[in-house]
Design a protein around this ligand. Structure first.
Ligand code: ZN
Length: 248
């Protein structure tokens, strides 16, 4: 579900196919007359000074409402962010087109595969992660680290060791049994990403964050989603179609 996030610039006339927080479908539409922009103080001061002000120097903040177009849903979402002008060479002469960058959705978009089998603590983490990802990716990386700690609780890996001292995330991940070696390596890789993000060692690429979230989504389903129980179907088909059971 999270192979690619769509938090880049958009225009009012081409809303990305963001997924509805309520029904999970990509059917959010802009309520046209809800879109409001205000020029930032910095751009206004530059504009008032009027020294070679061009649209490229302009910037604003925007707010708008999206609504799910599914008749049985109609979930509203408020969206805020910042806006700029970019050069547009599509016509005969140079013009400028308004572009907007989403920073915060409320309620947060559906970015991870919904699963009723997840413990409430995991559901809360995924909501928090989804809230932070558009505007604060580094904060999202910290939430990702906390999510790993919570998943390790469900592996019954203790948070403290000798003398009640807290174990590092690295130590806890090392305690994942070898039978889950693939998940263990994945968790360690996400921990490294978390280190880079939380210590501001260097900028973390959007691609690294998106692929880590995709891996987390997959691992969570593998760990927590209960397989469908088909016993009743087996019994019904056997009763109705197994010749030997008809004889009885
Ligand atoms: Zn919906």
């Amino acid at each position: 579900m999270v192979r690619r996030f769509k938090f880049d610039f958009f225009s009012k006339h081409s809303i990305p196919d963001w997924q509805c927080p309520s029904c999970g479908r990509a059917t959010l539409e802009l309520v046209e007359n809800s879109f409001t922009t205000f020029r930032t103080a910095r751009a206004q001061q530059h504009y008032d000074a009027n020294e070679g002000f061009s649209p490229e120097d302009d910037e604003n903040v925007f707010t708008c409402i999206l609504v799910c177009r599914q008749k049985n849903c109609r979930q509203p979402v408020s969206l805020t962010g910042d806006g700029f002008y970019e050069e547009d060479y599509s016509g005969r002469s140079l013009t400028y087109a308004s572009v907007y960058r989403p920073r915060y959705f409320y309620p947060p978009l559906t970015l991870f595969t919904p699963c009723d089998d997840y413990p409430d603590k995991i559901k809360v983490q995924l909501k928090e992660l989804s809230a932070q990802l558009p505007g604060h990716p580094n904060a999202a990386i910290n939430v990702l680290r906390t999510t790993l700690e919570i998943i390790l609780d469900y592996f019954n890996i203790p948070r403290t060791g000798k003398n009640d001292r807290y174990l590092s995330l690295d130590n806890r991940i090392s305690s994942i049994p070898e039978s889950n070696e693939y998940i263990k390596r994945g968790f360690m890789a996400m921990k490294w990403l978390g280190n880079t993000g939380s210590h501001n060692l260097r900028e973390v690429s959007k691609e690294d964050i998106a692929s880590a979230c995709f891996m987390l989504d997959d691992f969570l389903l593998q760990i927590f989603r209960k397989p469908n129980d088909h016993e009743a179907t087996i019994a019904r088909l056997t009763k109705n179609h197994d010749p030997s059971s008809k004889d009885q």
